[in-house]
Write a protein that binds this ligand. Structure first.
Ligand code: ADP
Length: 492
């Protein structure tokens, strides 16, 4: 068994803060491996030590394997936590970390290769007898052959980059007319964004829900699941709102999906936190993929089960976490997470960057905020526009929805636009309230930009005053709108 005294964090933003907090509580020091662009951030201020590993572009810093390892070694860390995104699912990175004499906080490189690669994962899933979406994942990547396969599957068909992720490298083929162009474009995107042109095809399920199971393999390799999350509210295949547990599962389905999730993770010799994603349509579930890392939406699972997945990850990497066989986990109440993006909901969600003004997250029972930036920090255009996560817990789903709407209305973010007004609309929508939404919910009901609210004279005066104050303290905030009350503010 090892005992870490210092952990390096190969990440940024709110997840870096999340890891630092877990380490602080465990008496472990932290080394933040950051880019030149991230010196104005909470993680930078909170870490025990900070080491700049390169300039802003991700390829030269957060995605640079050697720079991260050199930084961790120079900082005197014994282990690296990769967070999510960036190098977190990169088996070569996990292997290089081990070779450098450090511990990778996550599964083994072999497990990442077996489960993290979407095509390998499907092969393993077949062995485990898991239901897969009908499709083609063969070696023949000739476009003519792929078009023939798409026709065999039957349109609509989705083409995905085998190495893709985060909703990228994915195209919907509606008919044979544009199939060639879209397959070639997915191959190009796969090559440029993920280093491989390999694609595969799946039947497109047009009324599916996204349901996933949190799995966890302890130090002895015993895999258990920590129940489910529903993430059907997505825009362009990216999640916006997640909840635990899913309002859509019967006890029987939950049991069967949980068993399937544990079966594939066990077959992949999984250790640490991972997520098995499924699509659920007409009462049937199909494996989508396995994410071999901590998930952005892990807090909702933590809230309903009273666990700390990041600490469990660290303990497992130390060889020090074993599931308690006597403990029967039962989810309690309901938890919802909203991702706060720095973007303009009134202009189709274009990114909004600049200096943050006053920021306020209203305290109260059952409210949790995971954020990476404070007032006077800059939201730069270099990275993912997610700047915070708001998580609520309450005794029932309707109460959790009610709480989330109130919390979002009371949250204040000056300086950049956020998607908060958009989130409030979604949470109030009948279909979301009933829990019947599918992954096409957003495209069906929220395809258009939100209408900018009309302000009363009093509101205009207050907004103009606040803007003046903001300009005084935080000059140069850039926003894509010419409106003088460009920022979302309390009460709109
Ligand atoms: P990524 O790794 O980029 O997140 P996933 O394979 O996990 O990609 O899919 C992301 C989302 O794309 C899913 O949650 C779902 O909304 C949509 N999607 C993926 N495959 C299908 C499919 N076969 N049919 C319908 N929707 C799909």
């Amino acid at each position: 068994m090892k005992k870490f005294t210092r952990i390096a964090i190969a990440n940024r933003g709110e997840v870096a803060v999340r890891i630092i907090k877990a380490c602080e509580e465990m008496g472990i020091e932290t080394v933040l491996l950051h880019s030149e662009a991230d010196i104005n951030s909470r993680a930078f201020r909170m870490a025990t030590k900070t080491i700049c590993i390169g300039p802003a572009p991700t390829a030269e810093s957060y995605l640079n394997i050697q720079a991260n390892i050199n930084g961790a070694l120079a900082g005197g860390a014994q282990a690296i936590h990769p967070g999510f995104g960036f190098l977190s699912e990169n088996a070569d990175f996990a292997e290089a970390v081990g070779k450098a004499g450090l511990t990778f906080i996550g599964p083994s490189p072999e497990a990442i290769r077996a489960l993290g690669d979407k095509v390998h994962c499907k092969e393993l899933a077949k062995q485990a007898g898991l239901p897969l979406v009908p499709g083609y994942q063969g070696e023949n990547q000739d476009v003519e052959h792929l078009i023939q396969q798409a026709e065999k599957i039957g349109y609509p068909v989705i083409v995905k980059a085998a190495a893709g992720g985060g909703g990228r490298g994915m195209k919907l083929l509606k008919s044979s007319t544009d199939a060639r162009e879209l397959i070639e474009s997915a191959q190009r995107e796969g090559q440029s964004a993920f280093g491989s042109p390999k694609v595969f095809l799946e039947k497109y399920l047009d009324r599916a829900k996204h349901i996933e199971f949190q799995v966890f393999g302890d130090s002895t390799g015993n895999v258990q699941h920590f129940f489910d999350r529903e993430c059907s509210v997505q825009r362009r295949h990216q999640k916006i709102i997640e909840e635990a547990t899913s309002p859509s599962l019967t006890d029987e389905l939950r049991r069967r999906m949980g068993e399937a999730a544990c079966a594939i993770a066990t077959l992949g010799k999984y250790k640490g936190a991972g997520t098995v994603e499924f699509l659920l349509q007409d009462g049937e579930f199909y494996l989508l993929e396995v994410n071999t890392r901590l998930q952005v939406e892990h807090p909702v699972t933590e809230e309903v089960l009273g666990v700390d997945l990041v600490k469990m990850q660290i303990l497992t990497a130390q060889g020090d976490y074993v599931h308690d066989a006597k403990q029967i986990r039962v989810p309690r109440g309901h938890s919802i997470e909203c991702r706060i993006y720095a973007e303009n909901p009134f202009l189709g969600g274009v990114p909004s960057t600049g200096l943050l003004g006053h920021v306020e997250w209203p305290e109260g029972p059952g409210r949790r905020y995971e954020y990476g930036f404070d007032a006077n920090d800059t939201i730069t255009p270099f990275y993912d526009p997610m700047i915070a996560k708001v998580i609520v817990w309450d005794e029932s789903r309707p109460r959790a929805i009610q709480k989330m709407i109130r919390v979002l209305k009371d949250s204040v973010v000056f300086g950049v636009h956020t998607n908060i007004p958009y989130l409030i609309e979604i949470l109030s929508h009948k279909e979301f309230v009933m829990g019947t939404m599918t992954t096409r919910f957003i495209e069906t009901y929220f395809g258009e930009s939100l209408k900018e609210p009309t302000l009363t004279d009093i509101e205009k005066t207050v907004a103009a005053g606040a803007l003046l104050q903001l300009r005084g303290g935080a000059n140069g905030a850039s926003t894509t709108s010419s409106s003088p009350w460009a920022s979302y503010w309390r009460g709109i």
